[in-house]
Design a protein around this ligand. Sequence first.
Ligand code: BG6
Length: 486
Amino acid sequence: MPSGVPDPHLFVVFGGTGDLMQRKLLPVLYRLRASGRLPAGSLVLGVARRPMNDTAFRTLAEKALAETKAGSPEDIASFCNSTLFYQSTPDASSSSFAALKQRIESVERDHGLTGNRIFYLALPLGAFAPTISGLGESGLHQAPGWVRLVIEKPFGRDLASAQQLNRLLHRYFEEKQVFRIDHYLGKETVQNLLVFRFANMFIESLWNRDHIDHVTITVAESLGVEGRGQYYESSGALRDMVQNHVTQLLTLIAMEPPATRDEDSIRNEKVKVLQSIVRLSEGDVVRGQYVAGTSDGAPVVSYREEPGIDPRSDTETFVALRLKIANWRWQDVPFFLRTGKRLPAKMTRVILTFKAPPVSFFQTASEYHSNPDRISILIQPDEGFELAFEVKVPGREMRVETHRMRFQYADAFGELPDGYETLLVDVMLGDPTLFVRADEVEESWRLYDPLLRSPPPLAFYPAGTWGPEVAQKLALDWGQRWYYSA
Ligand code: BG6
């Protein structure tokens, strides 16, 4: 696992004028430079279709950085003028890539860079293949120094397209050069799942089918599609959230201890979880779509009335599913996964509910009579974890009540770093542990492919509620209930 200071390099962003660059990448690069973590001499080259010179690009970047309040106007201007360059690449033709290659080489030569390059594909899915081919055919995949390629999600639309994309990537790049981003893996609380489990003996010794009754993973959002209608219509919650972020949480919760902390040991264990999941059938999944309702007390329109959405759209904005993992640790333990837009709150939580004691002596005042003991892992917001357990209520009567013990990151460490910052530094260092490996992304598509091919019918829910009522049935059928709030 590489560590230390990254080598100076040229950071080339395809999609250099896009939303991700302006909202995330530029502020992170700015902060890395300001804190001395962007190696001295490293430069950024934005690449996009729009014709523009370096000066116009720097003005655009200054505006974006000012909006994110990244720093003082003087510091922002100095960062932009000393670090940013721009190359317009009107299409993926060989002449455009030849011009790009020349520009890269001249920027490197003029500024004493030795040819280490990161290509960051902050592009829509349809633009990945032509860009990868353009890089390969122009010879840009080879350089005097190291070359790394970062690819945003969605990585494909289904198993076949993900396999095709992997084949294309591997024509020009070795797997260790490819960094498939899932920004959930950059979150401190997600990385902490491994520490929580494997550095705490008492936790890990209970983390199995002998003690755990069921597991729920909720990734809830209160926002709607936020002007991303066109993208979301072709994606939906299954592709946008379940196949990647929710599944990553699942694998980290369920995996076996890795042999070592290196990238392949960890990713091997995650792949094994995916391979052990019992094939999903239509009855295991509820697809929902929001109709008009409220968000933070204000009325909001239905999904079908959002800008850019087909008024008869069949796209799901909510998915609930149940699954089982057929291995020694988890056989017969239900896992319930749920994600959606326009739910009552933004909240990502994993709850492990323990089995009830075999004999119940006490009258409980608990809301959850049969199995009150729970570990709640609060991924965001209010990052931390809680342990809910039974306590005797003082008095002559033997009554018990559920109480919670809580750890909060904010109390112990203050503000947490942005996940993108962590991931970008890892790319610069060449550490792929927190990125998704080719076989891992394919296994995850394999799991959901049958649902994509014949999607279950939509159920509707009012914005501001916890999804269609029928989702509750998924859990009740298996003798459990969702914990809507923890
Ligand atoms: C993105 C999805 O990957 O993750 C968005 O495309 C979603 O639809 C976002 O809103 C959620 O990320 P976070 O970090 O805010 O939970």
